[in-house]
Design a protein around this ligand. Structure first.
Ligand code: ATP
Ligand code: MG
Length: 403
């Protein structure tokens, strides 16, 4: 039995920790924990103490369910500070036999990271899209091939140093070690997409509370990634303002009726409590749709526009996959089909065993994806000064178990 791994998704609305073990059947989820995030806004930390509390609560819940302490975690990163670009680099293969070795692959990928970067930004990922060996394009794995000239095309994702450091500060102060950081839509893609979809061309949209994260794949690899600071929270605010009701009531209305008519019932009315909570009023589904649809359209159109501006004109895309809590909005798939002119499906996390009933929900796509991304060795280590607080955590965990 190999060691446990953990994923930590510090979202704008909820913080989610998942613990898994690498078993013969695959990655087996042992525990899931969730706590409301009160210290996050649009994907970034705005309150350290609140964020630490949420991390501790989610992690402890996951540990309790799993019966093992959480040590190293793969941490999700998102926010308006993230930028992505594609780059290309070339090296001569280093050995006399003119054969591409692993060291050459590392050298060429490292060379592709040499981009002009302001001092306050850092590279989170340099993902090889494909290699070219002595002019032969489209090589997935060049190791062992004959050739003297190795080129790589990479997708590079950078983030603002302070935003990343603040997330890692919270992780460390919650007594955890960051095994690596992962840009969130890459994690969500790892858990929800199929290899065939990435090959044909697919848009992944993770619609969360504060952000909508985008990842576009073609020919098997990421070609464009981005994040938009609009998510499900603003829709709740719109409903609350539009129907003059509390946020809680607006949230419930959104989940029940969304942009459509529930369960294909005919057009009708439903009752909503007034702001003071003492009376109810009748609202038509058409009235709700007039609030919800424009905001959903706006979000999806911004995503589409960003994609159009940033991918090659002739790129073939076969499908849109929606995930994140926002993808549960009744009626959203039909709106997305209109906006993108492509088939749309809602993606739930797959590719793991254990607790599958619990985790097969779109809001867990990032957390599960962090595990998958992590065990496949793609999590990026970001060096920071750390305090070793793990001993305390394990002791606390053991003590709690006997209480
Ligand atoms: N059934 C539903 N219908 C509509 N919206 C829903 C439903 N369930 C959850 N949501 C919305 O999903 C959002 C939360 O999604 P999620 O948990 O993926 O976000 P997050 O990861 O915390 O935030 P972010 O990714 O933006 O940092 C909330 O705005 C919530 O209102
Ligand atoms: Mg999220």
């Amino acid at each position: 039995m190999r060691g446990t791994v953990a994923g930590l998704d510090i979202g704008t609305t909820k913080t989610c920790a998942v613990v898994a073990i690498e078993s013969a059947q695959g990655l087996e989820v042992l525990g899931v924990g969730e706590a409301p995030s009160r210290g996050m806004r649009k994907g970034v930390v705005v309150d350290l103490e609140e964020t630490i509390k949420a991390i501790e609560a989610a992690t402890e819940q996951a540990e309790r369910m799993a019966g093992v302490p959480v040590q190293d975690v793969y941490v999700g990163i998102t926010g308006d500070h993230i930028r992505s670009t594609n780059n290309r680099a070339v090296v001569a293969t280093a050995n006399d036999s003119r054969e591409v070795g692993e060291v050459d692959v590392r050298r060429v990928v490292d060379a592709s990271k040499l981009i002009n970067l302001p001092a306050d930004r850092q590279i989170i990922h340099a993902l090889p899209r494909y290699f070219t060996v002595d002019g032969q394009e489209g090589v997935d794995d060049p190791v062992g091939m004959a050739g003297g000239r190795l080129e790589v095309d990479t997708h590079i994702i950078t983030g603002g140093q302070t935003f990343i450091t603040n997330v890692l500060k919270c992780v460390h102060r919650a007594g955890l070690e960051a095994a690596g950081v992962v840009f969130e839509p890459l994690a969500s893609s790892a858990s929800t997409l199929l290899p065939e979809e990435r090959q044909v061309g697919v848009v992944l949209l993770d619609i969360g509370g504060g952000t909508t994260d985008i990842a576009v794949y073609s020919l098997g690899s990421a070609i464009y990634t981005a994040t938009i600071p609009i998510g499900g929270s603003v829709l709740t605010s719109d409903i609350s303002l539009g129907l003059k009701t509390s946020r809680d009531e607006a949230e419930a209305v959104k989940r029940q009726y969304g942009a459509g008519v529930r369960d294909n019932q005919s057009e009708g009315t439903f009752s909503v409590r007034t702001l003071d909570g003492h009376a109810s009023k009748s609202v038509s589904t058409a009235e709700l749709r007039a609030i919800v649809v424009p905001r959903v359209l706006e979000t999806l159109r911004v995503a589409r526009q960003k994609i159009i501006e940033n991918v090659p004109r002739d790129l073939v895309l076969g499908e849109v996959v929606l995930t994140g809590g926002g993808s549960l909005l009744p009626g959203i798939a039909a709106i997305a089909e209109d906006v993108f002119g492509l088939p749309v499906r809602v993606g739930v996390p797959k590719h793991v065993v254990g607790l599958t009933e619990t985790v097969a929900q779109p809001q867990y796509a990032t957390a599960i994806g962090l595990l998958l991304f992590g065990v496949n060795g793609h999590g990026t280590m970001i060096e920071t000064s750390r305090r070793r607080t793990l001993g305390n955590r394990i002791r606390k965990f053991v003590a709690d178990l006997w209480n």
